[in-house]
Design a protein around this ligand. Structure first.
Ligand SMILES: CC(C)(COP(=O)(O)OP(=O)(O)OC[C@H]1O[C@@H](n2cnc3c(N)ncnc32)[C@H](O)[C@@H]1OP(=O)(O)O)[C@@H](O)C(=O)NCCC(=O)NCCS
Length: 171
């Protein structure tokens, strides 16, 4: 059964397997894993609870965030990170929510399922009624995911050779 849950130390092995799959598939620079690929797994899990609160943020340049993992049949298939607020960078390029699905589990609808549940959590638990979602203009899978959850394109922002699509989901 597909579930999303806040990550805890009990999930160490699942998170490590998820991370290893990215590293083995040469996707180590992928977005949407909340820094997992650049951090050792234990530290990453421990820091997730600290990021939930402004007073305990491990990095004061970051905004508070909730991180959920998607699990099916005791395998972690995705991660989704909900930022409680936007700073200048997030307003232009990052948005409220980042997500990824493991390479071997794509095109099964998991990203759309994760995003739907994250939107529900943002509204009911965080009180965020207007969510900004962004993605690279060439990221077809992410564009479709955002649109399937009601995203309306506001504009595109050019930086260097990259074009970022900015969508709002309003409830
Ligand atoms: C973007 C990502 C999370 C999508 O995950 P996913 O679980 O494969 O997405 P879903 O199965 O829910 O598919 C969502 C939609 O995209 C489509 N899609 C998925 N992969 C696709 C691809 N490679 N090419 C075209 N369409 C694709 C699906 O058909 C579906 O469309 P539909 O709603 O019309 O049926 C995944 O590709 C990923 O982790 N990419 C790397 C990290 C990343 O880019 N994160 C987003 C940063 S903004």
């Amino acid at each position: 059964m597909f579930t999303i849950k806040e990550v805890s130390l009990d999930d160490f092995l699942l998170v490590n397997e998820y991370k290893n799959e990215f590293l083995l598939s040469n996707e180590e620079h992928i977005q949407g894993a909340a820094g997992l690929l650049q951090t050792d797994t234990l530290t990453w899990i421990k820091e997730r609870s600290l990021y939930k609160n402004k007073d305990t943020l491990p990095n004061k340049n970051f905004v508070p965030a909730h991180t959920f993992i998607a699990v099916i049949n005791n395998k972690m298939v995705g991660v989704i990170n909900i930022r409680h607020e936007l700073n200048d960078f997030l307003f232009n390029f990052g948005g409220h929510i980042g997500y990824s699905v493991s390479p071997s589990e794509r095109r099964k609808g998991y990203a759309s399922l994760m995003l739907k549940q994250a939107i529900e959590f943002s509204i009911t638990e965080l009180g965020i009624t207007e969510l900004l979602l962004t993605c690279d203009s060439e990221n077809i899978a992410s564009i479709k995911t955002i649109i399937s959850c009601g995203g309306i394109l506001e504009n595109q922002i050019q930086e260097d050779n990259r074009l970022t699509n900015r969508y709002w989901i309003k409830n």
